[in-house]
Ligand binder design. Structure first.
Ligand code: MOS
Length: 748
């Protein structure tokens, strides 16, 4: 059971994989030449700092604005008394995300770290000092931050608009018919995104034109929203977001602090920069809300599921509605004649939660995968055999076929790599050479395949090279590289011949970099834009009697290496440059959209799948848990760039380890404040916490998901890993940890 030092490199690429190019932006990043939002310093720029509430519920009764304004360098202090109006009421929730924006509407405090003023100064130091001088006084009310304190409600929707309840079959009849029922409660904590780059903005107005340098995961949607709030035309908002130091969902949605800085810039007629401190990100810019989940699994004598009931109570703020859609994780994975997923909301005095790293799927599958292991144990079965016995050949509940599902291959390859066949069934059977308890566990990974609206433009230049453009987002995942590869392939060009422009809201809408759907969405738009060019080019050539391709219209042409070839005769071809030159040297412009054509999303269930296997070592005296191996095998349709995809899987698995063992925002229920609101005390894994990782890319051809055959890879890694680690901890210790993160005190 010793570690294989070569295993970190032991990734195998499927036969459907494209070129493993390195990141196009990599050199800029490692040489420090990549400029992030806060690196911008326009002429005459001011610095803004938010003053934030120390209490979680109540009212601000006084602020010493005079003291702050008297401090040298302080230019202005925005408070509810003087903050400029907005064209759209910030309490009115805007589609598509529907969040209230916190911009000093009044003196009410609804959560700790809520902005209560914005101080603007000539220097960062003066703005910081001015904020400290405000000396807020409060009328304090008792905050409601625990499960027993908050108001419970039945939500109309969970996540971003999904139904809160799904029922197939008769759950009570399924439970009544069961030979045994496994029932358990699970708890997941509040988690914060903690992107390396804090939320920042440099806002500059030129009349009614607004220029924003800010990290943003949804450029065109955000620019339209800013236009609404400021009463200007959408095309007058320019968001530049070439690089993001991580997003994790927190940079897709508008927030109060950035909005305040933009308001200040307009009011003061000077550019304004705001960059949140790490602790200021614990409140106004989203987080993953707590969940309290219950699973009930009915089992027949053979170990088949007779019923699967998953209920989640998820926390939101007192004024918004976003709920972690945790129970949805149980409706697409295991075959059961009866399925029920349902959600209840609870209102707490916390900042509004939002999407974070596989929202719903991560916390829901953490509970589901442990429950499934508990069910396997109750049946006396191996966890892998149990999962295979309950393998869903069609989508549970609906009976729809899967567009593709190579999950069985994921199970088999992952198990083989870990050596699962040698795993003892009972817990506490394995020790390493130091006497540590060793355990092996597994979890199934699953993530849906959304297709977002996106557009792209391609320009074929006279020299035969191309420019492709879409307002896409590279938050570290390698979008610039993978999207350019897709465009190059559609254009029949080498990636080096394709200039890729992205990261600016004035380009064609690249959709959202979220939901693990950016490559499928912006990629499909680019693919279609490239195809549009080739179609136009072929028309020029095949109708031109001077072209060797003349008359090939019915046979068709192929595009590769910057040339069109007659499909039935490789000896007849012509370069793009030659075709264009004869047509008058004009460039050709093509456009594309991300529409699924034909659209199989109603008739087919579309998911990426995977299986994660974990080995943990537990100190038998101290209860300390170390993950010593993680092997993930994933099937996600066609792989555009295996190097980048492997990196995405690693990232997901690392966040899974983080969820299982490290991350938790600890609230002091007396004050309602997060006690560990920084990177020193909010634990995220460091290199020493992460063992050798292996990601196996299982080949999968999906003819239905979209014309590219591409599914999502960004978030799936987190979904299998949490359960795999928790189940490995059980296998090592015999203790079921049902509360995350798993702590020493749960194990002794
Ligand atoms: Mo994500 S939470 O889809 O950015």
């Amino acid at each position: 059971m010793s570690l294989d030092p070569s295993s970190a490199q032991a990734t195998r690429y499927g036969s459907n994989a494209g070129q493993p190019l390195t990141r196009r932006d990599g050199l800029l990043k490692v040489t420090g030449r990549a400029t992030y939002a806060a690196d911008n310093h326009p002429e005459g720029m001011l610095y803004a700092v938010t003053a934030v509430s120390k209490i979680a519920r109540g009212r601000v009764t006084s602020l010493d604005v005079a003291a702050a304004k008297a401090y040298p360098g302080v230019v202005e202090v925005l408070t509810p008394q003087n903050r400029p109006p907005l064209a759209h009421d910030p309490d009115e929730k805007l589609p598509p995300f529907g969040f209230r924006i916190e911009v000093l509407q009044d003196e009410t405090v609804r959560y700790a770290n809520q902005p209560i003023a914005l101080v603007v100064a000539e220097t960062l130091e003066a703005a910081t000092e001015g904020a400290a001088l405000l000396n807020p006084q409060y009328e304090i009310r008792k905050p409601r931050t625990g499960l027993d304190d908050g108001m419970r409600f039945d939500p109309p929707a969970v996540g971003v608009g999904s139904p809160p309840r799904a029922e197939h079959g008769d759950i009570e009849a399924g439970l009544a018919a069961a030979a045994q029922v496994v029932e358990a409660d699970y708890e997941t904590p509040a988690q914060y995104h903690n992107a390396m780059e804090p939320h920042a903005v440099v806002a500059e107005w030129d009349g009614d034109r607004l220029m924003l340098d800010m990290p943003n995961q949804a450029l065109v949607i955000s620019s339209a929203s800013y236009a609404t709030y400021f009463g200007i035309r959408p095309e007058n908002v320019v968001i530049r977001s070439p690089f993001l130091g991580g997003g994790f969902g927190s940079k897709a949605i508008l927030n109060g602090p950035q909005m305040l800085a933009i308001m200040a810039a307009r009011m003061l007629k000077r550019p304004v920069k705001l960059a949140l401190s790490r602790s200021q990100m614990y409140g106004p810019v989203g987080h993953r809300g707590n969940t309290w989940q219950k699973l009930r699994i009915g089992l027949d004598r053979d170990g088949h599921l007779t019923a699967l009931h998953h209920k989640s109570i998820s926390a939101t703020s007192s004024f918004d509605d976003f709920l972690e859609p945790a129970a949805n994780a149980s409706t697409h994975l295991y075959a059961s004649p009866a399925l029920l997923s349902e959600h209840e909301g609870i209102r707490l005095d916390v900042g509004t939660p939002g999407p974070m790293r596989a929202p719903g799927e991560a916390s829901g599958s953490a509970a589901l995968e442990v429950a499934i292991d508990e069910a396997a144990e109750a049946c006396g079965m191996d966890p892998l055999d149990f999962r295979l016995k309950n393998y869903a050949e069609t989508e549970p509940g609906t009976g729809r076929p899967f567009s593709s599902k190579a999950l069985r291959e994921c199970y088999m390859e992952g198990a083989k790599r870990l050596g699962w066949a040698g795993r003892p069934l009972a817990a506490r059977q394995m020790r390493d050479e130091n006497g540590f308890l060793v355990g092996w566990g597994m979890g199934t990974a699953l993530f849906p395949c959304p297709q977002f609206a996106a557009e792209a433009r391609a320009t074929l230049r006279a020299d035969g090279s191309a420019l492709v453009e879409t307002a896409g987002v590279d938050m570290g995942q390698g979008a610039w590289t993978a999207l350019a590869q897709i465009a190059a392939e559609a254009l029949g060009l080498d990636p080096d011949q394709v200039e890729f422009r992205s990261g600016v809201s004035t380009l064609p809408d690249g959709g959202i970099a979220g939901g693990s759907g950016h490559t499928a969405s912006a990629g499909l738009a680019l693919h279609n834009a490239g195809k549009d060019i080739i179609k136009k080019l072929a028309e020029l050539a095949t109708k031109d009697s001077a072209s060797p391709l003349f008359g090939a219209g019915n046979v068709g042409v192929d595009a590769r290496g910057g040339r069109l070839y007659r499909r039935d005769d490789d000896s007849r071809s012509e370069s793009y440059a030659e075709i264009l030159a004869r047509a008058g040297g004009q460039e050709i412009i093509g456009s594309g959209q991300s529409t699924r054509e034909p659209d199989h999303s109603e008739t087919h269930a579309m998911f990426s799948h995977g299986a994660v296997f974990a080995e943990v070592k537990v100190d038998p005296d101290l209860g300390q848990v170390r993950v010593s191996r993680l092997v993930g095998a994933f099937a996600a349709g066609r792989i555009i760039n295996p190097r980048l995809v492997r990196s995405q899987y690693f990232g997901g698995m690392i966040w899974g380890a983080s969820f299982a063992l490290h991350e938790e925002a600890v609230i002091d229920h007396r004050t309602g404040r997060v006690m560990n609101a920084d990177l020193a005390e909010y634990h995220v894994p460091v290199n020493a916490d992460i063992p050798s990782l292996e990601a196996i890319l299982i080949p999968e051809d999906d003819p239905f998901v979209n014309a590219l055959g591409v599914k999502g890879v960004g978030e799936i890694g987190i979904t299998g890993t949490v359960g795999a680690i928790a189940n490995a901890v059980w296998h090592a210790t015999g203790v079921r940890a049902r509360k995350f993160p798993i702590r020493i005190e749960s194990l002794v």
